[in-house]
Design a protein around this ligand. Structure first.
Ligand code: GLU
Length: 422
């Protein structure tokens, strides 16, 4: 039975790189019919940090990544780790050194493995020091605990970040010393995620937590789809697609080893695509935490908002004008418009033309076009002060559908108020 594991160390949030590791493990087991084990590697944590673990679980669940066994907690397995250390000592594979226990690395030879992603990797044993597996305070070291847990849990595939590569030779020596065969374990080290400056993704330079993207209005299927493309691409090159198709196309052998650029613009584009494809109902539901109930908005306008939003966080600026008593008018944009000699007459004439207009988008469009023409203005120019007066921003959903939704009385009141402010 194929068994992989996702083994995060709790850091208080789920890093997108870590989420990508979880996803690739999940894609792998789901594509080959294996099992996924979730193990929390919390040996270096102070006790009772369960909220740190909850947020990992919440973020995985939100992304749609499920597991078949666990969560297991490394901190609860210390006895097992100490037993393995005692066994290594009794076999002469490890020894005491000033209270700590060190593993005895062979003086000669090569430790090597065939990494699914990186190919053959070799380390000369002479370059490895006898490393500590138990601290002098009796606590087992992470490197040892990690190996013992993988063996005990029957892990066949270790898929994890490239930052673990240098630990592999030590871990392989431990695997063999513990009586297992490292040929039974397949290693795949995923390429690093980097930012636009080719730097390792770091919270000093931008958002790195799944939770941050969630709070910024990215939706889970879009983020999961995007994460799947970091270091891997489907053979047919169709990048935006439902997860079951990604599972079908996914092969660990196709992951490439060069670092993957975490491109927020591409993520945002993919997110916009997912939003557009949502039903009205689920979009309204998803947008609700952003403060506006779209189910109260005429359906045609809901669609226009959905088509324009790149993230759910765009929703307020696209629709607040409909809910507010008066829109908040962008002061810089208004200052420019207010200076133009046409603005006052245009607002007055539009108000007059709208007082008796049949209240529907096409008619409102025709009447404003007419007012504009009389003053020698193209429609775009004629729209600008009306849009600002009514919606508060120079860009947003189409003007006339918006006016139709807002209704005559509210539209006229806003036009008059803007005129009076000149
Ligand atoms: N717990 C390690 C980490 O979060 C990963 C260890 C592993 O996957 O083997 O960096």
């Amino acid at each position: 039975m194929i068994r992989a594991r996702f083994a995060p160390s709790p850091t208080g949030y789920l890093h997108v790189g870590s989420a990508r590791t979880a996803l690739f493990n999940w894609l792998f087991v789901r594509s080959v019919g294996g099992r996924l084990v979730l193990r929390i590697e919390d040996t270096d944590q102070a006790r009772n940090q369960h909220e740190l673990i909850d947020n990992i679980i919440d973020a995985l669940t939100w992304l749609g990544i499920d597991w078949d066994e666990g969560p297991f907690f490394q901190s609860e397995r210390a006895d097992r780790h100490r037993a393995a250390i005692a066994e290594l000592v009794s076999q002469g594979r490890a020894y005491e050194d000033e209270g700590a226990i060190r593993f005895r690395v062979p003086d000669a030879g090569v430790t090597a493995w065939d990494d699914v992603i990186r190919g053959r990797v070799e380390f000369e044993n002479v370059n490895l020091e006898d490393f500590v597996i138990q601290r002098s305070d009796g606590s087992p070291m992470f490197l040892l605990a990690n190996v013992v847990d993988d063996l005990d849990m029957g892990i066949t595939h270790i898929i994890r970040g490239e930052d673990m590569v240098n630990n592999v030779p030590k871990q392989l020596l431990l695997v063999d010393a513990l009586g297992a065969s490292h040929d039974d374990i397949t290693y795949a080290h995923l390429p690093l995620l980097v930012d636009e400056g080719r730097r390792k993704l770091s919270k000093r330079f931008g958002d790195v937590a799944v939770e941050q993207y969630r709070e910024k209005g990215y939706v889970a299927p879009a983020l999961a789809n995007y994460l799947a493309l970091l270091g891997w691409g489907p053979p047919d090159e169709v990048e935006i697609r439902p997860m079951p198709e990604i599972i079908e196309q996914f092969r660990l052998e196709d992951v490439n080893k060069s670092s993957a650029f975490f491109d927020v613009q591409k993520l945002t584009h993919i997110n916009g695509t997912y939003l557009r494809e949502m039903s009205r109902e689920s979009f309204a539901e998803a947008a609700r935490p952003w403060g506006y109930d779209l189910s109260q908005v005429p359906p045609a306008l809901q669609d226009l908002v959905r088509i324009r939003a790149h993230t759910l966080a765009d929703v307020p600026s696209l629709i607040d004008w409909l809910f507010l008593e008066q829109p908040e008018i962008d002061p810089a944009a208004w200052e420019k418009i207010a200076k133009l000699p046409d603005t006052a007459p245009l607002l007055e004439e539009t108000t007059a033309a709208y007082e008796d207009a049949p209240w529907e988008a096409a008619e409102l469009h025709a009447r404003l076009a007419e007012v504009g023409e009389r003053r020698g203005l193209k429609l775009g120019k004629a729209q600008a002060p009306v849009r600002l007066a009514v919606m508060g921003r120079p860009v947003g959903p189409p003007l006339f559908e918006s006016l139709e939704a807002l209704g005559r009385e509210r539209t006229l009141a806003r036009l008059r108020k803007a005129r009076a402010s000149l």
